[in-house]
Unconditional design. Sequence first.
Length: 126
Amino acid sequence: MKTNLLALMAIALLTGCASQIMQSYIGKDIREVVVDYGPPTNAFDMGDGRRAFQWEQGRSRTSPTNVSTTGTVDVHGNSAWINSNSTITGGNTTYSKCVYTMFANWNSVANGWYVINFKEPSLRCQ
């Protein structure tokens, strides 16, 4: 029970990291996001005056490789023969992509797009 509580507390602390960063840009010029994270990979008009700006982040994870070798040695006089069998497990790489979307409105006085909201990232992208 104590382990489950600790795991839930850890998840609660980690959840929302990306959202908190995105929240900090609300009310700021989108160019501040560009300065911090580079140009968006995509930008498009939403049809209601807002523009969506998207950044993609790719992640990869490779599981550890394990090699298990078993065998026998047959001695014949001054020579020996080894019969072995190796099993290789792991070493698989998985790829995932996270997309972060911010919405902005045009501010003609400041001559720029100002962040008004963002799309909540998926849990695995937090």
